[in-house]
Design a binder for this molecule. Structure first.
Ligand code: TXA
Ligand code: MG
Length: 323
């Protein structure tokens, strides 16, 4: 691998223009969205999409999300039914990805869908992502900008640590306000299936389109039923439902912790017990606590309600046995 340093650019108009040029030439650009940083490439280019898989070390059977500016653009690439339209009207742009039948004539690289006849598509709610989509005028395939299996990046320096030598430009737009990857909802069949919980909640979706079943976004899941695939994992082991931490553990707390003792290092997800704040801090704090010499990261219980469902999903995967 060649030692390459990406251009880390504050996202003004010149940087956006430069990044768009790189994308149109088949290069890779990391950019902020409201959820996490994405590793973007032209979704109509086999070469760009293959470069994304290679940069992440991602198995080619795990499909990517295509980013578009709005619902009208999504219709070029996917078959948008009434359920999808109802959800897009309320939640787009925003942290909701819809898996829909792919239009063969749309021109997306088949690699994006990893051999499936569906496509996952979303419109990001972030000014830099929207400016980039407008400037390059292409749909952008963008997984989270981290090595496969690692914690998603919520700040530009996370991208540099993880993929610094594999990306041409990083648009450095600060911290991501949501901090967890988008909700993924499969609408390709008769019954909607929640493949990944996120900031758009299952109960909010059900209010608009009726009952939703819970599936899994793990492409290997059918081969290992009952097993939680390790994902979103720091290097140190993660121990959940911890009431206290040992002297050689790091402690990730939640809620008032004035009287909490123990742990070689401690960070609080939200002293107020605010789940939105906790989600925005989750990946950032996990990275901060994941330091050499730490035997494990102990995590206090998080309530399984609202955004807590998505936080606990990521924590369970971070704690799952490593493959
Ligand atoms: O918030 C997000 O969604 C971020 C930002 C950058 O937009 N992106 C992201 O991408 O998290 P990624 O690749 O890390 O996660 C995409 C998820 C994976 O779990 C993948 O299996 C699922 O979406 N997925 C993609 N295409 C699919 C398809 N056609 N059918 C089922 N699942 C799909
Ligand atoms: Mg990811």
């Amino acid at each position: 691998m060649t030692e390459k340093r990406p251009d880390l650019l504050p996202p003004g108009p010149a940087a956006i223009a430069r990044a768009a040029e790189v994308l149109r030439a088949g290069g890779l650009v990391a950019f902020p969205t409201e959820t996490v940083y994405g590793l973007g490439g032209d979704a109509t280019s086999d070469r760009a999409v293959a470069a994304i898989f290679a940069a992440k070390g991602r198995p080619s059977f795990n499909p990517l999300i295509v980013h578009v500016p709005d619902a009208a653009t999504a219709e070029r690439y996917a078959v948008v039914d009434e359920r999808a339209t109802a959800l897009m009207e309320v939640y787009w742009p925003g942290p909701l990805t819809l898996v829909l039948p792919r239009r063969a004539e749309g021109g997306l690289s088949l690699l994006v869908s990893a051999g499936l006849d569906t496509v996952a598509i979303r419109a990001p709610d972030h000014p830099v992502a929207q400016a980039l989509l407008a400037a390059c005028d292409r749909p952008l395939a963008a997984p989270s900008a981290n090595r496969s299996g690692a914690v998603s990046p919520t700040a530009p320096h996370h991208v540099l640590e993880s993929l610094g030598d594999r990306v041409d430009v990083v648009l450095a737009g600060g911290r991501c306000p949501v901090g967890l990857e988008s909700t993924v909802l499969d609408l390709s069949g008769p019954t909607p299936a929640l493949l990944r919980p996120g900031a758009v909640l299952r109960e909010e979706i059900e209010r608009l389109i009726g009952p939703v079943t819970v599936g899994t976004d793990d492409p290997e899941a059918p081969k290992s039923p009952g097993q939680l695939a390790s994902h979103y994992a720091p290097s140190a082991p993660v121990r959940l439902e911890a009431g206290e931490a040992a002297a050689d553990e790091a402690f990730l707390t939640f809620g008032p912790d004035r009287f909490v003792r123990g742990g070689a290092a401690r960070l609080n997800l939200s002293t107020q017990g605010d789940l939105n704040e906790a989600a925005a801090n989750l990946f950032h704090h996990l990275r901060q606590l994941d330091k050499p010499g730490i035997r494990a990261i102990a995590v206090m219980p998080i309530p399984e309600q609202g955004l807590g469902v998505a936080i606990n999903d990521r924590l369970r995967r971070a704690a799952a046995p490593r493959g």
